[in-house]
Design a protein around this ligand. Sequence first.
Ligand code: AMP
Length: 280
Amino acid sequence: MKVLRTVAELRQWSREERKGGNTVGLVPTMGALHAGHASLIRAAKAECGKVAVSVFVNPTQFGPNEDYAVYPRTFDVDCALAEAHGADVVFAPTVEELYPAGATTFVEVEGLSSRLDGASRPGHFRGVATVVSKLLIAAEPDRAFFGQKDAAQVAVLRRMVTDLRFAAEIVVCPIVRESDGLALSSRNRYLSPAERTQALALSRIIHQTEALFAAGERSTGALIEAARVAFSAAPEIRVDYIELVDWATLEPGPTAAPGNLFAVAAWVGATRLIDNTILG
Ligand code: AMP
């Protein structure tokens, strides 16, 4: 497996592979890879001849008081995991490579970017849309693989790929969970053992909402209120949002329908966690 550091190297690799008859899959990540990332890499390998995994902690998607400086960086382990699951290339640029000195160009997906995580993390989706654009322009993939774990991000990127007529197809992979339900996240390693237990409230509430929906509850207000009540039984957790929205527009409606996104974000100690389900 090759490690590439520059956009020019990645573009040349991708073009050569495509000229040779391969399709190219791209798996964007911020590193600190876990089994959730591994599932994306395996999906990419199953659908594409060659797979590039990007490992880049993107400064522009972090707010000023967020965890950019301390975000886990485990590059050697990441490379071993990526290779073990079928990556052909790891793309690991420097910040200066993706943001040349004096860079002032950003991609803004209006409207969607201020919903859900975008509401509590101003500028977050602008950073995500910008870096994913740069990666799509550099790698020219046939398909790019993202996790449903970041469901609002998926909505933003689908809109962006449509609006900018990117050639890449967006593929969304299911949420990978621990056996007790906790959605895998690079930030789970911030949790103390006590917080790790408290964090189970998120997946419990996701499951509860799925069960209420399956039992026929269709009132958005009732489903959100039931989740709020369940969170109040876990007072050590601070809810950021509980949302039930159309997955494409991220707009709420009075009635829940199959395909809608139910998503939660909550602070467990100093760690902000997210989880979601697509209803039905
Ligand atoms: P990150 O490194 O956190 O930016 O995530 C890179 C990609 O992996 C994103 O598309 C995430 O949605 C995806 N991902 C993160 N956690 C999981 C998970 N538990 N299951 C599936 N995909 C995930």
